[in-house]
Ligand binder design. Structure first.
Ligand code: ADP
Length: 310
């Protein structure tokens, strides 16, 4: 449903996104996760036809965002970071206006507005002025304008930013309910947002995709680049050097007195015996040995900070 290939955007000489490649299948709900400045909004603006890319291609529902922008706009609903709502308008009038902007046929306007109102839980406030609504309800209006023309794809940029915790949960539930009927891509700079709502995540950092997988696979995959902790009586420098020189070991760090954190290179086989044998050979006096699991939060941090060190 969304096919992105080699997508690159330069602002002057600054590269905002570089060679992005990803596909999103019909009915999927995918999180676009990355720290501020990673290139999320840039990508979304290109996908919705708001802005051209410098290189590469993007197709939505089979239509090219550059060559067939009108077909693309018909098939896409977009909630920008700042919702395009008119605060002085009444909810249903605004949605009627949004439906007309999206070329909904006259005969279907009423039904389209009513359906959007119902699906976003706005029935009780349909006659209220948008400016008098809570932020959570205003965000619902923003989502309603994105889906009033029943698009195949919904693109939501940071949909829960600035909402209170109860509103956040409500909006997440609302978005989850839209998956299946629509293909949804939502951006966020916070991990819990995508883990709560999405089936799959694409992690972007400094304009590049650093991972794309299901949340489960992502955690498992990184856990395979395993961390071990080992407590020893004598953390001698010769012992630590011996451990570091073992094949498959990425780093050995001293965490505290006698406590070592040993990180393996990704995709290594079983190395526990070899590590312990080396420590015994070096007479370090092994007291304990265990594996540390990385949380998804740590995985995300690793993915989005690694580049800074290279
Ligand atoms: P995100 O949405 O992930 O926070 P953006 O797509 O807004 O990231 O920005 C990506 C990069 O492009 C950032 O370095 C940002 O400063 C830069 N950028 C965004 N918009 C412009 C612009 N209009 N002109 C110049 N640089 C921009």
């Amino acid at each position: 449903m969304i096919d992105v290939s080699g997508l690159t955007k330069l602002y002057g000489s600054r590269t905002a996104i570089e060679d992005l490649n990803f596909n999103i299948k019909s009915g999927e709900i995918v999180g676009f996760l990355g720290p501020n400045g990673a290139g999320k909004s840039t990508t979304m603006k290109i996908l919705t036809g708001f802005m051209p890319a410098s290189f590469g291609s993007a197709k939505i529902a089979g239509f090219d965002v550059f060559d067939q922008p009108i077909d693309v706009k018909r098939n896409v609903g977009y909630l920008p970071e700042t919702p395009p709502v008119y605060l002085e308008m009444v909810v249903e009038d605004y949605l009627d206006f949004a439906a007309r902007l999206h070329d909904v046929e006259k005969a279907k306007l009423k039904a389209a507005v009513s359906s959007a109102i119902e699906r976003t839980g706005l029935s009780q406030v349909r006659k209220r002025i948008i400016g008098n609504l809570s932020k959570g309800y205003r965000q619902r209006v923003g989502i309603a304008q994105a889906l009033v023309h029943d698009p195949k794809v919904l693109i939501l940029d940071e949909p829960t930013v600035g909402l209170d915790p109860v509103q956040i949960i409500e909006i997440r539930e609302l978005i989850k309910g839209l998956a299946g009927q629509h293909t949804v891509i939502l951006s966020s700079h916070i991990l819990p947002e995508v883990t709560a709502t999405c089936q799959r995540i694409i992690v972007i950092n400094k304009g590049k995709i650093v991972a794309q997988d299901t949340i489960e696979n992502l955690t498992n995959r990184i856990n395979r680049g395993v961390l071990f902790t080992m407590e020893v009586k004598d953390a001698t420098s010769s012992g630590i050097s011996a451990l570091k020189s073992l094949s498959g070991i990425k780093t050995v760090q001293i965490e505290g007195p006698g406590k070592l954190l040993i990180e393996l290179n990704p995709e290594q086989g079983e190395l526990r015996d070899i590590i312990i044998e080396a420590a015994v050979r070096e007479k370090m006096g092994v007291l304990s040995f265990g594996s540390e699991k990385l949380s998804l939060e740590e995985v995300f941090l690793q993915l989005t900070t690694q580049e800074n060190h290279s």
